[in-house]
Design a protein around this ligand. Structure first.
Ligand code: UDP
Length: 238
């Protein structure tokens, strides 16, 4: 890690797709291990870390609904997908020597702890990485909103959004050549210009609670530790 950490407690949001590696679906073991290593390097510097993981690599409610499923059932399937991802990440984190707990918004006693705010905070104070599974526990929400909600509840200093690019751009830089990259944005900039960072509910929750969002590329080795030290390439929204 280049400098002392700038943040004391962070929540990192990973999309389900970020766990697929080169696959079209599901989980890639190498990618999971690599991400676990990135998280370990941050925890080793005394930063308290919690995680929210999406489910898009397995199932998304809207795509089920578009094929005729009832939306609420499809969303519960999406939430279950996040539990699968959370267990896989727990395993990868334990393999790099971290202590972890999974807490689910939908109780499933045989598999993981239920979400209990004070207990989650206590785990982090003891240096354990807490993974929040099953989103908010409610259909019609996303894991971006779950990440904003848990980050606020945990009194995190920042919500770190891991993406495939090194910040927020005016358009998708993989598709638009002259897309502009921003170093710093306000919440209003994001909402007014409909920048694709997180959904509007998540942005509004962060804005109301003065929780900055930091967007960075998790695929660059060492990037997570760097951005937590306020270094490297990222966009900060505040
Ligand atoms: N989901 C939900 N409520 C929540 C969080 C997630 O119903 O609070 C469902 C929803 O169907 C969503 C799916 O879980 O499509 C997977 O989450 P998301 O699409 O946010 O995953 P990501 O795009 O980050 O991989």
């Amino acid at each position: 890690m280049p400098d002392a950490p700038k943040f004391r407690r962070v929540l990192i949001k990973l999309s389900g797709e970020g766990l697929m590696g080169d696959r079209e679906y599901g989980l890639d073991g190498v990618t999971l291990s690599r991400i676990a290593g990135e998280i370990r390097s941050v925890v080793d510097h005394g930063v308290q870390v919690c995680l929210v993981i999406g489910g898009g690599n397995i199932f998304r409610g809207v795509s089920g609904a578009s094929k005729g499923m009832e939306r609420t059932s499809a969303d519960y399937m999406g939430m279950l997908a996040t539990v699968i991802n959370s267990l896989a990440m727990q395993n990868a984190l334990e393999r790099v020597g971290l202590q972890t707990r999974v807490q689910s918004a939908i109780p499933m006693a045989m598999i993981c702890e239920p979400y209990i705010r004070r207990r989650a905070i206590r785990h982090m104070e003891k240096g354990r990485v807490v993974i929040f599974a099953a989103g908010t526990g409610n259909p019609f929400f996303t894991t971006d909103t779950a990440a904003a909600l848990r980050a606020v509840e945990m009194n995190c200093d920042v919500l770190v959004k891991a993406t495939q690019v090194d910040g927020v751009y005016s358009a998708d830089p993989h598709k638009v050549k002259d897309a502009v990259r921003y170093d710093r944005l306000t919440f209003m900039d994001v909402l007014a210009n409909e920048l694709q960072v997180m959904d509007a509910t998540a942005i509004a929750l962060c804005r109301e609670n003065d929780l900055p969002i930091l967007v960075f590329n998790l695929h660059e080795g060492g990037a997570f530790a760097k951005v937590v030290a306020g270094d490297g390439r990222f966009t900060i929204i505040e």
